[in-house]
Design a protein. Structure first.
Length: 255
């Protein structure tokens, strides 16, 4: 019910499709040529074949719930529940293809579909994947090997948050941070840590701002931060950008 009400609210407050009402050349290009682009990159079909294969597997794996308990679930069910949709996975592909980072960090990897979409634009880009689901991560790694995506580096650290904080502090300036499955507190910690390292240039994607009241408050605080020059709410994802050539703006974009 919350998801439905949030989406209705989003629909009533969002706009700017096809760049309507946008005056910034940077944002107009980002919206019309990147976010809304509909070219069928051949890597899309390759990754969707992996999704289809995983969605047909009846084998059960252990999946951790939010409360720390673990239960066995069919792989095809897990993929249906956790994997990023083609629409948003392909958006991640285009954002990475546009920004051209040398290093990507994904915190909270689930089925690995999102990881594949970010690794696909450039085989020389190192993609660090930190997952809270070890058995899902094993499955994802085997799928990546099947399609020869060797630039994905899976972390096996026991303390994922500590490892994420270390990577955020050590990555080069042209990095790309994608927070997939995380608590609002984790989102706030990682984004603020990244902004503290260099507040003049970053490209950060966070999970659905509407998930909980706490996540909504985190999103409001992050987009209000003076270091964030451009914030874009597209419902299932939030985008935070810093660029010295931008004036501070906030958009709710219909996607």
């Amino acid at each position: 019910m919350r998801h439905f009400i949030s989406y209705i609210k989003y629909c009533f407050t969002s706009g700017h499709q096809h760049g309507f009402g946008i005056h910034s050349p940077y944002l107009f290009h980002l919206v019309t040529r990147i976010i809304e682009e509909d070219l069928p990159y051949y890597k899309y079909s390759l990754i969707e074949k992996v999704r289809k294969l995983m969605s047909q597997v009846d084998e059960r794996i252990g999946v951790f719930n939010d409360d720390g308990t673990k239960r066995l679930r069919k792989i095809k069910t897990v993929v249906g529940d956790y994997a990023i949709s083609p629409k948003y996975g392909q958006l991640l592909f285009r954002l990475v293809n546009y920004y051209k980072p040398s290093v990507i960090l994904e915190y909270g990897t689930t089925c690995g579909i999102s990881t594949m979409y970010m690794a696909a634009p450039n085989s020389k880009t190192s993609v660090y994947s930190l997952s809270k689901q070890p058995e899902l991560a094993d499955l994802s790694q085997s799928m990546c090997e099947r399609i020869a995506m060797h630039n994905i580096k899976r972390s096996k650290a026991t303390d994922l948050m500590a490892e994420a904080q270390r990577l955020v502090q050590e990555m080069p300036e042209d990095d790309f941070l994608y927070i997939n499955s995380a608590t609002p507190a984790e989102v706030s910690t990682l984004v603020n840590l990244r902004m503290a390292r260099n507040g003049k240039r970053f490209f950060i994607v966070v999970p659905n701002p509407y998930t909980t009241d706490e996540m909504w408050n985190v999103w409001q605080a992050l987009k209000a931060d003076e270091r964030v020059k451009l914030s874009i709410n597209i419902f299932n994802l939030g985008i935070l950008i810093a660029n010295e050539n931008l004036q501070k703006e906030d958009f709710i974009l219909r996607f």
